[in-house]
Design a binder for this molecule. Structure first.
Ligand code: AMP
Length: 282
């Protein structure tokens, strides 16, 4: 496994692979890797000849007062996980390498960035779209894999790729959960033992909503109310949002008629956790 830190070296390597007719799979991450990331890598390994993973805590997707400085980092453990997942190259640039003096260009995916996390994190998806576009230009992938856990991020990237005619296939990978239902996240490390118990209410609430939906409930107000009650019963939870949205436009829905996503963001202690479930007839 190679570790590349320079943009030009990464581009030269990717170009070389392409010239040899190899298919490049790419998994962008911020590190502190877990089984959710490993699942994306496994999928990427299957779909391409060369697997590139980036590890980069992207400063421009964090707002003021958010956890950029405190975001967990563990290079040795990450490198080990990548090695055992069969990664060919870790691309790990510094912030200076990605955003040198004078940097001033960004990508805004206007409408789908606005709702859900965009309400309290208004510059977040601009930071995400910009870094992902840059990482695509560095790693030149044919295929890129993203987790459905960050549902809005996946929609933003799909929209960007379509709108900017990027010749890259975007694959969404289902959320990987702990045995007790908690969606895996690097930020789970912020939770104390008690907070972790409270955090189980997120997946429990979403599961309950999905069951009600399958029993015929179509009112967003009723489904959201049920989930809110389950989450707010737990110690130390503060709801940022719980919403039901159209899967493509991410606009709020009152009555579910087609496939929809129920998404939420909840603060528990120092952590802000997100999770979602797709509501559609099976
Ligand atoms: P992050 O390192 O948190 O930026 O995540 C990197 C990629 O891994 C993103 O595409 C995430 O959606 C994905 N990811 C994070 N957690 C999970 C999970 N529990 N299951 C599946 N994918 C995940």
């Amino acid at each position: 496994m190679n570790v590349i830190k320079s943009v030009t070296e990464m581009q030269a390597f990717a170009e070389g692979c392409r010239k040899q007719g190899k298919k490049i799979s790419f998994v962008p991450t911020m590190g502190y890797l877990h089984q959710g990331h490993a699942c994306l890598m496994q999928e990427g390994r299957k779909l391409g000849d060369i697997l590139i993973v980036s590890i980069f805590v992207n400063p421009i997707q964090f707002g003021p007062g958010e956890d950029f400085e405190k975001y967990p980092r563990d290079w040795d453990r990450d490198a080990q996980l990548c090695e055992s997942a069969g990664v060919d190259v870790i691309f790990a640039p510094t912030a200076e390498e990605m955003y040198p003096q004078g940097y001033q260009t960004s990508i805004t995916v206007a409408h789908v960035s606005r709702n859900l996390c965009g309400v309290t994190r208004p510059t977040h998806f601009q930071g995400v779209a910009t870094v992902v576009a840059k990482l695509f230009n560095c790693t030149k992938p044919h295929i890129a894999l993203f987790g459905e856990k960050d549902f809005q991020q996946l929609v933003v990237i799909q929209r960007m790729v379509k709108d900017l005619n990027m010749d890259i296939q975007i694959i969404g990978v289902p959320t990987v959960r702990e045995q007790d239902g908690l969606a895996m996240s690097s930020r789970n490390t912020y939770l104390s033992a008690d907070e972790r118990v409270s955090a189980l209410s997120l997946s429990r609430g979403l599961k309950q909503a999905r069951e009600l939906f399958h029993h015929g409930e179509r009112s967003a107000r009723v489904l959201i109310g049920t989930v809110r009650e389950i989450i707010e019963k737990e110690q130390g939870t503060a709801v940022d949002y719980i919403k039901i949205c159209d899967m493509e436009t991410l606009q709020d829905i009152d009555t579910i008629a087609g496939p929809a996503v129920m998404a939420l963001a909840i603060k528990i202690g120092k952590a802000r956790l997100i999770d979602n479930v797709v509501l559609k007839r099976e």
